[in-house]
Write a protein that binds this ligand. Sequence first.
Ligand code: ARG
Length: 611
Amino acid sequence: MKKLLDLLSEEVGAAFEKAGYAKELGKVAVSNRPDLCEYQCNGSLAGAKQYKKAPIMIANDVAECLKESSAFEKVEVCPPGFLNLNLDGDYLKNFLNDMAKEEKFGLEAPSKKLKVIVDYGGPNVAKPLHVGHLRSAVIGESVKRIIRYMGHEAIGDIHLGDWGLQMGLIIAELKLRKPELPYFDEAFEGEYPEEAPFTISELEEIYPFASKKSKEDSDEGRAFKEDAMECTFKLQSGVRGYRALWKHILNVSVTDLKRNYDNLNVSFDLWKGESDVHDLIPGMVQYLKDGGYAYYSEGALVVDVKEETDTKEMPPCMILKSDGASLYNTTDLATIMDRMKNYHPDRMIYLTDKRQSLYFEQVFRCARKTKLVDEDTDLIHIGFGTVNGKDGTAFKTRDGGVQRLEYLIRDINEEMFKKISEGREMTEEEAKQTAKLVSLAAIKYGDLSNQPSKDYIFDIERFSSFEGDTGPYLLYTVVRIKSILKKYATQKLSEEGLEADEKAVSEALNKMVDITNGLHKSESESEKKLCMQLATFNAMMESAYEELAPNRICAYLYDLANAFNAFYHETKILSEEDEEKKLGYLRLLKFVQIVMESCMDVLGFSAPEKM
Ligand code: ARG
């Protein structure tokens, strides 16, 4: 279905043409003087030179021709030649009624269905998730859902950091603590135990401990680091016991990660990691050498990625270190190669902290130059800003440490539980479930409502407020609508002497309030505003997709919620006596509800029944 602004532009363009001017001049935009009109067209000013005519004359000619148009209830010419326009109520009603009949409210399916890999999350095995991991997960999940909602295929890949030095550090430390384990006995030929020799808590204690030790400026520290590097090397070259131990680390860690991401309503199609492409590296290195792309510089194998037009420093992309070890780049390039072979995506989108921007630029250039990707494969990095505390520096716990994501979410849930339990009639279980949904919306909306590249302040008090530009405010609006609708259905059922339990009410609602049965023409200013906001859905979703910007959807939702609440406060809905008119209102409410819920689903959170 066409976008409202495009339809209006066609309408005005036709009038320009009819009056003898170019139809391209008829571009309509939302008015920047909402006190004067809803839309405007400035084409007469643009055409003045070309037609050697005063803009006001052109505007008058066009306005004359617009008299026949059914799209506008008001066409006003304003000096020096603006066309001020107000939308016709019936035209708006018809637009919305068409929109209501479409599955995705008028969003058009793409002409070509693309396959997109979204690389997000990116946690490192055995390191607990902290608040810094939130953005990649939350924005990435939403970007994936936006792509799917548009009608493309999106594959989410977590790209675990599971192959580097952190693995060697853990193995080296385990070797010190539990030297009796069979994994360290090179003569051992039997089956290794199925049970991991550690729990997730032990693992999470071991990693920071070992990492700290390896950085110590002492003989012990240096020797330990040496050993950890050796362990990494042995693991990567396939020493049996080390591989078996690594598998345990991976399994224990992935089980825990899955639980954490589940709590965030984030899920991945692929749980691949850096380790998965290890065996592809020698072949890729050979290919890069054979193609004449890679050369040795001071012992390291590199590919130049500088371009003549560069104004900033662009170091070469390093493929192998001088000791022959592979790097972060190497696994990323091999992953690109692997993805091209197995999925052949049209695009790959990466979500990380923006401090990795230069890194991705190097990797992308290298992949392009060496033809690891096709010419038309899109490689995109979405670099996001930092999560800051109220003091404007990176978010920390009260004692200055790194806050574990799990505890942070748990604390927010508990606060929300208290808030929701107070003065509301709910069982404890219901309040818990509700608190979980509301806190998730608070956290996700707090993040997603910002432009991804900007830093933001993690202000949980503000995010959790039921008023203002927050997730809970949006949920509250949806809950309010649901409760009005339910009240209506309950009344109807009891009037007929029927039982009104939850199931009966929801079934009755589906029958009685069907948005495809049509809305009425708006009668009040606030109702029209609400309808106009609703009508921009397809245009909004399209630009959220084009810009890969969940914040667009957030802004739309907030405006829609405000428009709804303004309408609600000045309209008698359930007490409306004219039954037909009441039904029209209820359909509008339901329409707002389902559009809001669809948007929320694309953002990755949902509304409870009550709150
Ligand atoms: N594990 C990486 C990190 O902690 C993020 C991975 C992002 N994805 C990628 N393909 N490089 O920085």
